[in-house]
Design a binder for this molecule. Structure first.
Ligand code: ANZ
Length: 797
C-alpha cells in the first residue's frame, strides 16, 4: 500500500477509536505535553511547525504507552495583526480569513497524524474563549494590576498602533520592520513589575534551558543599589534623588545628569541656558528607547544649575542627557566618569573633570575591583566594603537608602486595533473606569464599517458609535487587547476547554497542571513565556490556578535551515515545503528525518538526500514483515538468534532512555542498526518485529500501526503497553580484560563476559607479551573472574 493510503487509513481508525483522548477523571498518572499553538496565518503550516510539534508528539505517544493519561492539545492563537491587515486591504472580515486559515491548519495537522486530542481544540478569537480572557482581565483590574496611564509608547505610524517593547526590534516593528517612535499616549498597563521578584526567584523551581532563564533574569534586570538625595544650590525647597549601584564612588562624582523629561529640568534651568535646554528636550522627544540606549555619541546640555554632593558638599553641575532614562530608577544619576563608561564618554565630549576614586593599574575609566582612593573615609576599603559602608552612612545620615531596581517595565496592554479582545471596561463622563458586569461577558467584538485605525491613535471600535455608547453616561473602552492576552492562559483552558461557567475548573487544573513539557521557539523568551508566568501567578493569587508556575519543563526546538545552511525564506528560495516532502516520502519519513537530522535543540540544515535514507530504512523494515505485492505478512514465529535477541533488548533500553532524554536522532540510528542485524540473520520473526513496531510507533506511527496489524499485534500499537527490556541481555558481550602474570599486568585480551577459564587462558596464550613474561612455562595456577580479572601464576625462573 502507498504511504498516503496507510496514513489516511490509520488516521481514521485512531480518530474513530479516540485513541488520543485524554480524560479529566482518571486515576492514571497524568502527562501534559504542550506545543506553542500556531498563529493561523494564510501562508499555512511550514517546516518550522512540524519540527516543533514532532518532539512533543513523540513524547506524548511514548508516555501513552507507558500508562500515562496524556494531555496533548492543539489550538489557535487567532487574534492578531495579519488577519486585520488583510481585512484592511480586501474588506474581508478578519473572522472569515481566520476561520479559513484555521480550517487549513487543522486539515494539515490531521494529515500529519499528530496525536492531538482534537476534542479540546480552542481558538482565542472565539467568544466562548475570549469571554474568559476578559474575565481574567477583570481579575487583574480588581486587584489594581490593570491601570490606565499616559506613557511614552512605541508608536508605529505605519501600523498605526502602539507596540510592546518585545515587539520592537532595533527601533523597528517586529512585524513588517516599520520605524517606531516614542510618543506619550494613554494606555492600559499591566503591573507585571509587582511580580518581578517572584518571576525572578521562581526561575529556580523550573526545568528550563539555562540560557532562557538567564535571558528572563536579564530582562527582569534586578539591581541592588541606593537612592541618594541631592540638594540644589539656590533652590532650598527642591532636591532630587538619584539611583546608583555604586554609592562607593560618591567622591568621584563630577557632574549630575537628569533625564530630559525630568520634572525639575524646566524649574532649575537658568535663563541663559533655557533655550538650549528647550531645544535639546525637543530634539530627544521622538527618540526611541532603543536609540537612546544605543552606544552612539553622547549628547546633552548644561542646565546652569548646581547640585550639592551630600557627602563632600562640593558643587556639581547639573546636565541633561538622553542616555539617562526617565523610567528607570529616579530618572537622574550622579555621574562618575572615572568609573563608568557612559559618564566617561560624556565627560570627554563636554570637557568635564574625571576623578579617580578606585586604584587600578589601568587608565580611566576603570570599572573593575579595586581599593578606594581620593575618597576621605572610604580610602583603602575594597569596593564591596566601601559600598556596604556607604549604605550604612547614607541611612544613618538620612541621605539615602538601599534600593532594589528592576529593568522590567509594566506590560503595555492596549492596542488601537480591531482584531483583538475588547476590554470589558466602561468609562463615566468624568473619566472614571468601571468593569462591565461579569454576567454581561463576553463583550463581543462589534462590527465596524472600517478596520483602519486613525492617525490620531483612535481605535477602529470607536467608529461603531452605537456600540461605544453603553448607556447615556457610560462609554465603552475602544482599545483591544494585545495578541499575547489570549496566549497567556490557554494552557489552563485546555484542561477544561468547554467549561461555560468558569475559565476552567479547579479540579481539572489541579489534575493537569503544571505542563510537564512545553516545546517552542526561544524567540518567545521575554514575551509569551514571561507573560504566561505572570498571569499564572495572578490566577494563583486569586485562587483560580493551583500552580504558580505554568511550565515545569521547557525545551526549544532548533531551526531546520535550508539546504544552504541559511534560515529558510522565500526570498532566498531555500524553502523546503513540508507538504511536498510528506506527499513524496510520507509523513513518517519526514518525522523520522526531522529527528535524524541531529539534536533537537540545534539548528540544522536540511539535506535532500537524507530523507531518502530514512525512507529506505522504513521500507526495509516493512519488507521484513510484509510481502510488497500481496500485502500479506511474511513474518515467522521462529525463535530469535541470540545476537538478535540481545540487540533487541539493547534497542528497547536505548530507545526508552533516549526518548526520555529527548535524544531522538540516536533512537532512529539504534533502530537502523537493529534492522541491519535482522537482514544479516535473515530474521523475520514476530518476536522482534512486534516490539520493534512498538519502538517505532512514537516516530513513525502510521508505518508502525500497519506493521502491528499485519503482524497480528493486539489492539492498536499506539495504545499497546511499551515493551520491557531484560537487563541481563543488555550488558556488553565482550570486555577488555587485563592479563597479569604473577600479579603484573602484561597485556590485554578481548573476551566474552561469559567466557570460561579455559577460553580466557587460551586467548591470553596468544598474546606475545604474556607468553614472553611466562618464559614458555605453563601456568601452575590461574586466578580468573569472568569479565574482571585473569592472573596467571608460574614459578619464577
Ligand atoms: C554612579 C555610578 C558609578 C554608576 C559607577 C555606575 C558606575 P544597572 O546596573 O543597570 O542598574 N543609572 C541609574 N539610573 C539611570 C537611568 N535612569 N538611566 C541611565 N542610567 C542610570 O545600572 C545602574 C547604574 O546606571 C547606576 O549606578 C547609574 O550609574 C546608572 F562607577 O551611579 B551609577
Amino acid at each position: 500500500m502507498k504511504h498516503t493510503e496507510i496514513e489516511s487509513k490509520w488516521q481514521k481508525v485512531w480518530a474513530d477509536k479516540q485513541a488520543y483522548k485524554s480524560e479529566n477523571n482518571s486515576t492514571r498518572p497524568k502527562y501534559y505535553a504542550l506545543d506553542m499553538f500556531p498563529y493561523p496565518s494564510g501562508s499555512g503550516l511550514h517546516m518550522g511547525h512540524i519540527a516543533s510539534y514532532t518532539p512533543t508528539d513523540i513524547i506524548s505517544r511514548y508516555k501513552r504507552t507507558k500508562g500515562f493519561n496524556v494531555l496533548h492539545p492543539m489550538g489557535y492563537d487567532a487574534f492578531g495583526l495579519p488577519a486585520e491587515q488583510y481585512a484592511i486591504q480586501t474588506g474581508v472580515h478578519p473572522a472569515i480569513t481566520t476561520e479559513k486559515s484555521i480550517a487549513s491548519f487543522r486539515a494539515t495537522l490531521q494529515r500529519y497524524g499528530f496525536s492531538f486530542d482534537w476534542s479540546r481544540e480552542i481558538s482565542t478569537c472565539e467568544p466562548d474563549y475570549y469571554k474568559w480572557t476578559q474575565f481574567i482581565f477583570l481579575k487583574l483590574f480588581e486587584k489594581g494590576l490593570a491601570y490606565q496611564k499616559e506613557v511614552p509608547v512605541n508608536w508605529c505610524p505605519a501600523l498605526k498602533t502602539v507596540l510592546a517593547n518585545d515587539e520592537v526590534i532595533d527601533g523597528k516593528s517586529e512585524r513588517g520592520g516599520h520605524p517606531v517612535i516614542r510618543v506619550p499616549m494613554k494606555q492600559w498597563m499591566l503591573k507585571i513589575t509587582d511580580y518581578a521578584e517572584r518571576l525572578l526567584q521562581d526561575l529556580d523551581k523550573i526545568d528550563w534551558p539555562e540560557r532562557t532563564k538567564e535571558a528572563q533574569r536579564n530582562w527582569i534586570g534586578k539591581s541592588e543599589g541606593a537612592t541618594v538625595r541631592f540638594n540644589i544650590k539656590n533652590f532650598p525647597e527642591d532636591s532630587f534623588e538619584i539611583f546608583t549601584t555604586r554609592p562607593d564612588t560618591i567622591f568621584g562624582v563630577s557632574f549630575m545628569v537628569l533625564a530630559p523629561e525630568h520634572p525639575l529640568v524646566k524649574k532649575i534651568c537658568t535663563p541663559d541656558q533655557s533655550s538650549r535646554v528647550s531645544d535639546y528636550i525637543a530634539s530627544t522627544a521622538g527618540k526611541s528607547e532603543v536609540d537612546r540606549k544605543a552606544n552612539t555619541e553622547k549628547t546633552g546640555v548644561f542646565t546652569g544649575a548646581y547640585a550639592l554632593n551630600p557627602v563632600s558638599q562640593k558643587e556639581i553641575p547639573i546636565w541633561i542627557a538622553d542616555y539617562v532614562m526617565m523610567d528607570y530608577g529616579s530618572g537622574a544619576i550622579m555621574a562618575v566618569p572615572g568609573h563608568d563608561e557612559r559618564d566617561f564618554e560624556f565627560a570627554q565630549k563636554f570637557d568635564l573633570p574625571v576623578v579617580r576614586v578606585l586604584e587600578s593599574e589601568t587608565d580611566l575609566p576603570f570599572t573593575g575591583e579595586g581599593k578606594l582612593c581620593n575618597s576621605d573615609f572610604l580610602n583603602g576599603l575594597t569596593k564591596t566594603d566601601a559600598i556596604q559602608k556607604m549604605f550604612t552612612f547614607l541611612e544613618e545620615k538620612n541621605l539615602g537608602k538601599k534600593q532594589i531596581q528592576y529593568k522590567l517595565r509594566d506590560w503595555l496592554f492596549s492596542r488601537q486595533r480591531y482584531w483583538g479582545e475588547p476590554f470589558p471596561i466602561l468609562q463615566t463622563q468624568d473619566g472614571k473606569l468601571q468593569a462591565v458586569p461579569e454576567n454581561e461577558l463576553p463583550v463581543l467584538l462589534p462590527e465596524v464599517a472600517n478596520y483602519e485605525p486613525s492617525d490620531s491613535g483612535e481605535a477602529p471600535l470607536a467608529n461603531n458609535k452605537e456600540w461605544v455608547n453603553y448607556s447615556a453616561d457610560l462609554k465603552r473602552e475602544t482599545d483591544t487587547m494585545p495578541g499575547a492576552a489570549g496566549s497567556s492562559w490557554y494552557f489552563l483552558r485546555y484542561t477544561d476547554p468547554r467549561n461555560s461557567s468558569a475559565p476552567f475548573s479547579t479540579e481539572a487544573a489541579q489534575y493537569w497542571m503544571p505542563v510537564d513539557l512545553y516545546v517552542g521557539g526561544a524567540e518567545h523568551t521575554v514575551g509569551h513565556l514571561l507573560y504566561s508566568r505572570f498571569w499564572t501567578k495572578v490566577l494563583f493569587d486569586v485562587g483560580l490556578s493551583p500552580v504558580d508556575e505554568p511550565f515545569q519543563k521547557l525545551a526549544h526546538q532548533g531551526m531546520i535551515l535550508g539546504p544552504d545552511g541559511e534560515k529558510m525564506s522565500k526570498s532566498r528560495g531555500n524553502v523546503i515545503p513540508a507538504d511536498e516532502v510528506a506527499k513524496d516520502s510520507g509523513v513518517d519519513a519526514l518525522r523520522c528525518y526531522i529527528c535524524f537530522l541531529g539534536p533537537m535543540d540545534k539548528d540544522k540544515p536540511w539535506n535532500s538526500s537524507g530523507i531518502d535514507g530514512v525512507k529506505r530504512f522504513l521500507d526495509r523494515l516493512t519488507r521484513l514483515a510484509i510481502n510488497e505485492t500481496t500485502g500479506e505478512s511474511i513474518a515467522t514465529d521462529s525463535e530469535l538468534p541470540a545476537e538478535v535477541e540481545k540487540l533487541l533488548h539493547k534497542t528497547i533500553k536505548k530507545v526508552s532512555e533516549d526518548i526520555e532524554a529527548m535524544s531522538f536522532n540516536t533512537c532512529i540510528s539504534q533502530m537502523m542498526i537493529l534492522v541491519n542485524e535482522l537482514y544479516k540473520h535473515d530474521c523475520k520473526s514476530k518476536k522482534v518485529l512486534l516490539p520493534l513496531a512498538q519502538l517505532l510507533q512514537p516516530f513513525a506511527p502510521h508505518t508502525a500501526e500497519e506493521l502491528w496489524s499485519k503482524l497480528g499485534g493486539d489492539g492498536l500499537v499506539v495504545t499497546a503497553a511499551w515493551p520491557q527490556f531484560k537487563p541481563e541481555l543488555c550488558t556488553d558481550d565482550t570486555v577488555t580484560l587485563g592479563v597479569q602474570v604473577n600479579g603484573k599486568m602484561r597485556g590485554t585480551i578481548e573476551i566474552s563476559v561469559t567466557a570460561d577459564e579455559a577460553e580466557a587462558v587460551a586467548a591470553a596464550m596468544k598474546v606475545a607479551t604474556v607468553t614472553s613474561a611466562l618464559a614458555q612455562q605453563t601456568p601452575t595456577k590461574v586466578i580468573y573472574k569472568a569479565g574482571k580479572i585473569l592472573n596467571l601464576i608460574a614459578p619464577a625462573k
